[in-house]
Design a protein around this ligand. Structure first.
Ligand code: GLA
Length: 391
């Protein structure tokens, strides 16, 4: 498929007039290898950008209208806002993520004073834990930075994306997704400390294994509100610990420090949430160290432990994904497997030996169908670069 051509035709069809002079942009999705629900707890994460993502062509207008169309949701037609009066309007649907980024730039003093028409299309399955929303937020930020010559770096673009999602769209996400999408690097994962946004790239060179993503095709409702609940519960646990400890986030604690002080948390649910955040952060640090030592087996074991903790302590999995992971664990040649992303459905990420791949695909698809009656979908994760203008 020639994406630029499709977008050019879609642009003319919906907005009328020619797309001559329009510019072409891409922003990836991401998969998180380990470090889940640690990013708003001041912990570490280890995501990588994917080659699948969102594409847009954009052309400036002579007035202050900003208009959006997605070739993925053609029935939704054009969403529209005006630079003089940017507001969250429910019927703008998916476009609110982008409109919120324009708003976030303006809030930071970078006012955009010339409108645009934007046509987009993407191939990230939505609601699957692969950051389709961060992808389109960072796409918008990259477009504004580039086409309006706004002097900000890609970390700032990531932050504007998060602000759009938090304060415009009402989802209290952390910074991981937008950071991974904005700062991604081909064949590398990003080891990010969300406490201070320091990061390093870690090459993912698996000579005899592949990273596989399995979409459970389950999407539970109320994901945003359940996510916001988890965030509140872990913040409450942090506050309880802060009555004695001088820490800024749960990511500041080792397992031993947590065990020695956990009696400060009286609520049993908040205690479980905090335990996950502390142990998951430590698992992430250990996993990256293992990878540096080419110890992929240890990396896999930490992935498995991450799943158990997300299932039992953080309670962000669901029966279908638990079943899927259980099947994946049972396949010979699977080094590790876990739910990835925000949770409550979505995808798993697994590391699978090359010579086990065919059996992995066959067994996972058939056993999952047998157990849950759902067709899963399996993709190989190709790690790509972050958001950018294309020619
Ligand atoms: C979602 C959020 C991220 C992060 C993950 C869980 O993807 O957007 O900020 O919290 O969930 O790790």
């Amino acid at each position: 498929m020639d994406i630029k051509k499709e977008l050019t035709e879609g642009f003319s069809k919906y907005f009328g007039g020619s797309a001559d002079g329009a510019r072409f942009f891409f922003s990836p999705g991401r998969v998180n290898l380990i470090g889940e629900h640690t990013d708003y707890n001041g912990g570490h994460v280890f995501p990588c950008a994917l080659t699948m993502g969102s594409y847009a062509i954009v052309k400036k207008r002579d007035d202050k209208k900003i208009r959006f169309v997605s070739l993925n949701f053609e029935n939704a037609g054009i969403s529209e806002s005006n630079l003089d009066d940017i507001q969250y309007v429910k019927k703008n649907g998916w476009a609110n993520y982008l409109i919120g980024v324009v708003w976030a730039f303006a809030e930071a003093g970078y006012t955009i004073d010339q409108g645009f028409d934007l046509a987009m299309w993407g191939n990230i399955p939505s609601g699957a834990g692969l950051s389709s929303s961060a992808s389109i937020e960072v796409l918008m930020g990259t477009i504004l930075k580039t086409m309006y010559s706004i002097p900000v770096d890609m970390v700032a673009v990531a932050k504007f994306g998060q602000k759009s999602e938090n304060d415009f769209c009402g989802m209290n996400c952390g910074i991981m997704d937008q950071f991974a999408v904005a700062m991604g690097k081909k064949d590398n994962a990003i080891f990010l400390d969300t406490a201070d946004l320091s990061y390093e790239y870690a090459p993912i060179k698996l000579s005899d294994a592949k990273i596989m993503i399995t979409n459970s095709h389950v999407k539970h409702s109320l994901v945003d509100s359940a996510y916001n609940d988890r965030r509140r519960e872990s913040t409450n646990a942090l506050k309880a610990l802060q009555t004695k400890l001088s820490i800024n986030g749960l990511g500041d604690l080792t397992e031993d420090e947590f065990e020695a002080n956990k009696s400060l948390i009286s609520d049993p649910v908040e205690l479980k949430r905090a335990k996950h955040a502390v142990y998951e952060n430590q698992r992430t640090i250990k996993a990256v160290a293992a990878l540096k030592n080419n110890d992929i087996e240890s990396f896999g074991k930490l992935m498995n432990a991450s799943h158990v903790s997300l299932r039992d302590d953080y309670e962000v999995s669901c029966p279908e994904v638990d079943k899927l992971v259980e099947i994946e664990w049972s396949v010979p040649g699977v080094i590790g497997s876990r739910i990835t992303g925000g949770g409550f459905g979505g995808c798993t990420v697994s590391i699978v030996k090359n010579d086990a791949l065919e059996n992995f695909k066959k067994t996972v698809l058939s056993e999952y169908k047998k157990a849950c009656g759902i067709d899963a979908e399996i993709y190989e994760a190709e790690i790509g670069d972050g958001a950018r203008e294309l020619v």
